[in-house]
Design a protein around this ligand. Structure first.
Ligand SMILES: *Cc1c(COP(=O)(O)O)cnc(C)c1O
Length: 394
C-alpha cells in the first residue's frame, strides 16, 4: 500500500490556486445585487477563463444559474461527459457538421442567420425534438448577430418552423464597462426596437438578454430576464470605472517558490541578452516559472511577492524562469513561497498589474495561464450528494 510507486507524482513548484469559497461567496454577493426575476447565465468559455470549467459549472449549478455559456462544441461536450446536466448556451456560430451533436446533447445555439435556422430546423425535425434557439441581434458591435432592422424577418422564419422554439433574443455590449455609456445606450435602443416589434405581435420570448459583467454592474435597465456574466464571479472587475460590489474577492492566485539564490557583484549581468547589469552587489532569486506558463515576456518590469514584500523583476523573462532582486528581503530562504498573482500579507499583485505588463486586459492574462501550471482547489467545502450538478450523464 505505502510503497513508493503508489505515491502521486510530485507537483512542480509553480501552480494556480482556485479559491472555491471565494467563488461561492462571489456568486452569493452577485445574486443579492439583482432583481429576483433576473436569471444568471454563467459564462464558462475557455475553461472558465482559466479557472476550471468543471468546478465553476458545479458551483454555478448550486446557485441555480439558468445556463452555462460556452463557445466551442468541445467545451460543452466535455462538461456533458463529466455529468453536468445544466442547460448550456453556445455562443458564436456553428458550422454545419456540429449541429447534430448540439441537438443530441441539448446544447442551445445562438443563431445569426437563415442558414443556421434552416439547418437546425431540419436536424430538429430529423431527431423529432423541438429545439430552442436564441436569436443574436447585432445592435452595433458588428461581430455576431443579425442586424436589428433585419431581425423581424428572421424571427418570422423561426416562429414558422414547427420544430424550433424562439426561447431567447440577445445582444452584446461593446462598451459597457467605460464611463461613457452613450454607445451602450445606442445599442440598447436598437435592441428595444426588436423587443417592441415582438410586443406588438404579442410574441413571448422567455429570455431577453444583453448584459455582460460591465452591463450587469452599470446598466440595470438592461438586465431584462437574464445576464451573462463571466469575469465578475471570478472576483475581477472588467474595468477600473465600473461600480464595485463590496466583498468580491479574486478566485485565482498564481504561486511559485524560490528555486535558487545568486549573489551578484558589481558589473554582473542577468539572463538572455544581458538586459540587466548590477551596479553594486545584489542578491537574485530564480523562480521556476516563465512565459511558457503565461507570465508576460517583459524585461526589468513587474514584481512578485516574497515574505510580504515586493521584489522587482530583473533581466528578461525566460520560457521557464524569472529572476527577481531580493537584496532587501534579508530573511529569504530557499523554497520560500512566492506570489506571482494575488495577495500575500498586506501586498497584492492584481491581474490588472500583470495585464498592464502585456499591454492588455485582465481577461487576456487570466486565459494566458497555461495548463502546465497545475490547478489546485483550496478552501473547498466537503461535497454532499445535493451539491453541484448531479452525476447521471446525459
Ligand atoms: C464573454 C462574453 C460574455 C461575458 O462577459 P464578461 O465581461 O466576462 O462578463 C457575455 N456575452 C458574450 C456574448 C460573451 O462573448
Amino acid at each position: 500500500m505505502s510503497d513508493a510507486t503508489s505515491r502521486p507524482p510530485l507537483q512542480r513548484p509553480a501552480w494556480i490556486e482556485i479559491n472555491e469559497s471565494a467563488l461561492r461567496q462571489n456568486h452569493a454577493l452577485i445574486a443579492q445585487e439583482k432583481n429576483a426575476s433576473v436569471g444568471i447565465a454563467a459564462v464558462l468559455k475557455d475553461n472558465a477563463y482559466g479557472h476550471g470549467a468543471f468546478l465553476s459549472a458545479q458551483i454555478a449549478a448550486e446557485f441555480g444559474v439558468k445556463f452555462l455559456v460556452l463557445v466551442t462544441l468541445t467545451e460543452a461536450l466535455d462538461l456533458r461527459l463529466a455529468g453536468v446536466t445544466t442547460p448550456m448556451l453556445l455562443l458564436g456560430q456553428r458550422q454545419p457538421d456540429e449541429i447534430a451533436s448540439c441537438v443530441e446533447h441539448r446544447l442551445t445555439c445562438c443563431v445569426n442567420d437563415i442558414g443556421l435556422v434552416d439547418q437546425l430546423g431540419a436536424e430538429a425535425q430529423r431527431q423529432n425534438r423541438v429545439v430552442p434557439v436564441h436569436l443574436k441581434i447585432n445592435t452595433g458591435m458588428n461581430r455576431y448577430g443579425i442586424r436589428w432592422d433585419e431581425a423581424p424577418a428572421l424571427i418570422e422564419k423561426i416562429l414558422a418552423h414547427p420544430f424550433l422554439e424562439l426561447e431567447g433574443v440577445m445582444s452584446h455590449f461593446s462598451m459597457s464597462d467605460e464611463l461613457d455609456k452613450s454607445f451602450a445606450h445606442f445599442q440598447l435602443s436598437n435592441f428595444r426596437t426588436v423587443l417592441d416589434w415582438l410586443a406588438l405581435r404579442q410574441i413571448q420570448v422567455r429570455y431577453r438578454h444583453h448584459c455582460n459583467s460591465g452591463g450587469f454592474l452599470d446598466l440595470p435597465e438592461a438586465h431584462f430576464d437574464l445576464v451573462r456574466i463571466g469575469l465578475l464571479p471570478l472576483g475581477i472587475y472588467p474595468s477600473t470605472v465600473v461600480r464595485r460590489i463590496h466583498g468580491l474577492e479574486p478566485v485565482m492566485t498564481v504561486k511559485t517558490k524560490v528555486a535558487l539564490l545568486q549573489n551578484l557583484t558589481s558589473g554582473d549581468s542577468v539572463g538572455y541578452g544581458m538586459r540587466y547589469t548590477a551596479s553594486c552587489p545584489r542578491r537574485i532569486a530564480v523562480l521556476p516559472l516563465g512565459y511558457g506558463d503565461g507570465f508576460p515576456r517583459v524585461r526589468n518590469e513587474g514584481h512578485v511577492l516574497i515574505r510580504g514584500k515586493k521584489a522587482p523583476l530583473v533581466g528578461g523573462v525566460s520560457m521557464d524562469a524569472i529572476t527577481v532582486d531580493v537584496t532587501d528581503i534579508h530573511d529569504i530562504q530557499l523554497w520560500d513561497e512566492v506570489v506571482i498573482m494575488g495577495r500575500q500579507g498586506q501586498v497584492e499583485i492584481s491581474v490588472h498589474d500583470l495585464a498592464a505588463l502585456r499591454h492588455s486586459v485582465s481577461y487576456d492574462q487570466l486565459c494566458a495561464w497555461r495548463n502546465r501550471l497545475p490547478r489546485i482547489i483550496v478552501n473547498s467545502e466537503p461535497r454532499t450528494a445535493t451539491h453541484g450538478s448531479n452525476s447521471d450523464p446525459l
